[in-house]
Design a protein around this ligand. Sequence first.
Ligand code: 9MR
Length: 321
Amino acid sequence: MPYGAAMQADYLDSDPAYVKAFLDHCDLILPMNELKVVMLRPDRDTFHFEPADRIVDLAVSNGLTTRGHTHIWHGGTPAWMEAITDPADLERELVRHIETVMDHYRGRVPSWDVVNEVIAHEPTPSQPLRDSTWLRTMGPRHIPVAFKAAQNADPKARLVLNDYDLEFKGPRYDQRRAIALSLVRQLQDAGIRIDGVGIQGHLYAEIPIDIEAVAAFGEDLKRLGVRLIVTELDVIDWNIPGGPAEQDAAAYAVVRDFLDGVFASGPPEAVVTWGITDRYSWIPDVMPRRDGQPTRPLPLDANFRPKSWHELIMQRVRLPA
Ligand code: 9MR
């Protein structure tokens, strides 16, 4: 099973040690931002493939695998696309986008996050889905339309529904897991293929994992023929008092519990971390530490030294199924 990490094209030229870290440690490298619609499509007529191509080519030429992230995301839709108000027009553009991008990468990108974060942040029975331009303009059918287009565009690609907050304890998380399962069933009932559910794994060092619930979620998916995949693992440590030793110990414990839950139903399709080194991460920008000290979200520290939870991932992915 591959261990992989998300890479940012921004640092390819400026930081040779960054590229080396991926080549030293990864079986899979995926573009973190470069395949988002907002990055690929500055305007309706342009497909700007170069930055994503650099990462995909780096992976493929080194014999590694890759993944695509992502066709539909409320946080990655360009303004010109959000401005489309006619449902048929938006649907045509969505299908054209998916066909063009998957055609470009056919045979090189074998797994895609077709939709990302379509479950409402705090779902209610009447509002299970994310309030986005997609939902407002096309309704819930933006999800099957996207999967169907992806299936047609590259019949061999693995198609994944990706989301966050699927691993913690409590009714809100139970509900989010239930909605993910229900989306899988709805696609299958409509005769549309879905191969995986991505559990992003943006963990909080102080929030306990519901190991049993994650295990049951994996079993439920398995019964539907769908596999879990860890897509964006990292650890938010802003509430952990102390220094690097305390941060890393807390991170180790939460990653261990998370992997215990995920692996309970069998090996996931892959384990992917959202970056590889503490040198570059979204977490200090969005959730910096209260004491102003550096965050330690990723498996390699800022000097590329592996932490104990990097070793833990390696043990799990190398274990015979
Ligand atoms: O880590 C990504 C950051 O570099 C980007 O600026 C941001 C906006 O495109 O997206 C971040 O990645 C997100 C991912 O695409 C979806 N799940 C949440 C991730 C962290 O915000």
